[in-house]
Design a protein around this ligand. Structure first.
Ligand SMILES: [Mg+2]
Length: 368
């Protein structure tokens, strides 16, 4: 898995390794067969909507133009993390190198392409906190994401519902994919894309049942995310964790159309229909391609996230060759991502570097 994640392997080496090492790949074809697609072609975009989406027609550098020199800070960072091919003695971190240390490698991938950014919220833009309703982003992060969205079409892809995500982020030049992608609001458009609308009343009913069944447990928080319901037990005494799980599983029996999933200190009731963050990112990717009226070879998607639900997006980007993932983690772990960042503060630095790079690129174009 670490070998697979390493960016220095060429595609053939990766595929050879993947075919041996990644059994998950076998199930991917099955679920993409059921991937919902846009029911109708999006309307031709106006310049105002393109500008709002960070897709304004700005000239791009050609591949054969002189490359921009790597910044000194990249060189300094690279002293602490290498991007060399992995060997048995390399550590797990070296197989999932820092996106900051390898920034030069990343912008080399982005040459002559438009970048589409996909950002998870909790643990990626905002630190994980005890009360999920207080997972605010800092003003600096908001400013950084806003600046990034002016240059690159940017989408928030989160387990939170869309109104909650908008309320946290407070930026209107973004796309929002809430409820793990089951509710997608494109910037500047009224209608949402909701592949399974029948889930909303089902989730409301499940939320009420869970609240009633779990009401005696101190610290429990049941969150209705419109198309999925989350049971947060971060603040529950550890001696009650088994009780939480047993209760949640008991309630689930009354909802045969829902399945149980788990995240960081959270149980979730989600649709049995297969629609993941990977499907949401793929939907947005294709939608934005239509808006741009360009082909996929001119676009690079980058998804940044910290949870196992983000792995679906990382995996989709790798397998479709749409781009790559960046895992936010303090611990080295197997991942479908190509790079890593330690925490939201590093995510902010990475986004700032991306904005500064594009500003520099645009400046170079204007001089020609
Ligand atoms: Mg997260």
């Amino acid at each position: 898995m670490y070998l697979k994640a390493h960016p220095s392997l060429d595609e053939i080496e990766r595929e050879n390794l993947c075919s041996v090492m990644d059994s998950l790949k076998l199930s991917y074809t099955a679920y993409t067969a059921h991937l919902p697609v846009p029911e109708q072609a999006p309307p031709a975009p106006g310049r105002a909507q393109l500008a709002l989406l960070g897709l304004a027609e700005t000239p791009l550098r050609q591949v054969d133009e002189p490359k921009t020199e790597r910044r000194k800070s990249d060189e300094e960072a690279a002293e602490h993390a290498t991007c060399e091919a992995p060997t048995v003695e390399h550590s797990a971190w070296e197989a999932l190198p820092s996106a900051i240390a390898c920034f030069g490698q990343i912008i080399a991938r982005a040459q002559a392409k438009r970048i589409l950014l996909f950002l998870d919220y909790d643990g990626t833009l905002a630190r994980i906190v005890k009360d999920p309703l207080e997972a605010f982003i800092t003003p600096e992060m908001r400013q950084t994401v806003g600046a990034a969205a002016e240059m690159f079409s940017t989408s928030i892809v989160t387990g939170r519902d869309v109104p909650k995500a908008i309320d946290f982020v407070k930026l209107d030049n973004l796309n929002y994919a809430g409820s793990h992608g089951l509710d997608i609001k494109i910037c500047g458009e009224e209608n949402h894309y909701q592949p399974f609308p029948y889930l909303e009343p089902l989730v409301s009913k499940a939320t009420a049942c869970l609240e009633q069944a779990l009401q005696g447990i101190d610290g429990i928080f049941v969150e209705n995310n419109k198309f999925c319901v989350s049971v947060h037990f971060r603040n529950v005494d550890e001696k009650d964790w088994d009780l939480v799980e047993t209760t949640v599983r008991t309630v689930l029996r009354d909802f045969p159309d829902l399945r149980l999933d788990s995240g960081k200190m959270v149980w979730e009731f989600r649709s049995k229909e297969v629609f993941t963050k990977g499907d949401a990112v793929e939907y947005l990717f294709k939608y934005l391609l239509e808006l741009l009226q360009t082909d996929r070879s001119r676009v690079l998607a980058i998804h940044i996230g910290d949870d196992k639900t983000d792995e679906d997006a990382f995996k989709m980007l790798r397998e479709k060759d749409y781009g790559f993932g960046i895992l936010v983690t303090k611990e080295p772990k197997p991942s479908q991502a190509l790079y890593s960042l330690e925490d939201p503060s590093e995510v902010m630095v990475f986004l700032q570097k991306l904005v500064a790079w594009r500003e520099e690129e645009d400046g170079i174009v204007e001089l020609h």
